[in-house]
Design a protein around this ligand. Structure first.
Ligand code: NAD
Length: 349
């Protein structure tokens, strides 16, 4: 299958690109190369004849239409998005433009292209939108998000993703475009941009700096290894039922503080310091609108497609810490590009 993957130079997109090519698919990677993109993440497949790259903005109708016409994909996996909650609070409009308008532009280009396909190719085409469980809002102490959970986004990021989800569903219902949506839990793993919780903790700890945790660290998350997510995505793309939504996640839930403690234990192993890393944990003011708990009920995905996460959190975090310790240069090159995060004090531009 030839898959047009948007956002394929980002954290999750690049894992999907690598896996799609390993599985024998052809990939066209459409990415605007924003601050969080990194073509190093796909360097291992860039020379493959099954891989093509297009630097483009999903919100640019002319470019997107032209890319459909030239590459003639069999499917779309839409991951391109502004993805960082803190940045959305500081500047929400970019999120609305890339995540909402960008999705609408991509849907319109896909619809025109799909309408023009010969019958046999038209029947096989699919548009897979990759979204987050944050669209469902926050949970209390009990329960889990499922495909039946009503939307209740609390932040500009999750609202922009919810808007995109609604557009995709509407294009399926109104125009019959063959769509499928996935809503996934928090991801972690190699190549995650250093502003997110897990790489921030690892990078700061390796430099002997304090390790910041929002609020009291009691927030509960469902963490999924990015390779488990990529596997689920390709399964849904190829075997999922059209016009359906699938929730992805379902790993045992952990408090942010427990995650950081597990990371500190792995850091003590791979990056020994003078003091135990856990002694460097500090609590910082909570983010406004910070949801207390997310958890996923992925039983539909398991029942229909037989998927469940393969990586235990302990093994996944251990492997992730080792990757960051062994790939310090990857983070350093991002810093050299001038990545700046005042709040995290990670680097000075
Ligand atoms: P990321 O920030 O690492 O990557 C996003 C990629 O999209 C970057 O390469 C960026 O250049 C590209 N992009 C952004 N705006 C674009 C535009 N207008 N046109 C073309 N390309 C553009 O993000 P990520 O963590 O890999 O997330 C990927 C997708 O998965 C997003 O849609 C996100 O909402 C979703 N998601 C993420 C998580 C998570 O835990 N990270 C969980 C569930 C769902």
């Amino acid at each position: 299958m030839k898959i047009l993957i948007t956002g394929g130079a980002g954290f999750i997109g690049s894992a999907v690109v690598r896996k799609a090519i390993a599985d024998g698919h052809e990939v066209v990677n459409l990415d605007k190369l924003t601050y969080s993109a990194n073509l190093e993440n796909v360097a291992g497949v860039a020379a493959s004849r099954a891989y093509a790259f297009e630097e483009a903005d999903v919100a640019d109708p002319r470019r997107v239409t032209d890319i459909f016409a030239r590459h003639q994909p069999d499917a779309v996996m839409h991951l391109a998005a502004e993805s960082h909650n803190d940045r959305a609070i500081e500047g929400p409009m970019e999120f609305v433009v890339s995540n909402v308008v960008g999705t609408a532009v991509l849907l319109e280009a896909a619809r025109a292209y799909w309408n023009g396909l010969p019958a046999e190719r038209k029947a096989g085409f699919r548009f897979h939108h990759v979204s987050t469980d944050e669209v469902f809002g926050a949970l209390g102490e009990d329960g889990a998000f499922s495909e039946a959970t009503p939307y209740d986004p609390n932040s500009p990021y999750s609202a922009s993703k919810a808007g995109a989800d609604h557009l995709v569903r509407a294009w399926g219902r109104t125009y019959g475009l063959p769509v499928v949506i996935t809503n996934c839990a928090n991801n972690y793993g190699p190549y995650q941009f250093p502003e997110k919780l897990i790489p921030t903790v690892i990078s700061r700890a390796m430099e002997g700096k304090s390790i910041p945790i929002y609020g009291d660290g009691r927030q509960v998350r469902d963490w999924l290894h990015v390779d488990d997510h990529a596997e689920a995505l390709l399964l849904v793309l190829t075997r999922g039922r059209l016009q359906e939504t699938y929730c992805i996640g379902g790993t045992p839930n952990r408090r942010n503080l427990e995650i950081v403690q597990l990371l500190c234990a792995a850091l003590d192993k791979y990056a020994p310091a003078n003091t135990a890393h856990a002694d460097k944990i500090t609590f910082v003011a909570d983010r406004p609108g910070h949801d207390f708990r997310y958890a996923i009920d992925a039983s539909k995905l398991k029942a229909e497609l037989g998927w469940q996460a393969k990586t235990s959190l302990e093994d996944g975090l251990d492997e992730t810490v080792r990757w960051y310790v062994e790939n310090k240069d990857w983070v350093q090159r991002i810093r050299d590009r001038g990545f700046h995060s005042e709040r995290l004090g990670l680097v000075k531009a």
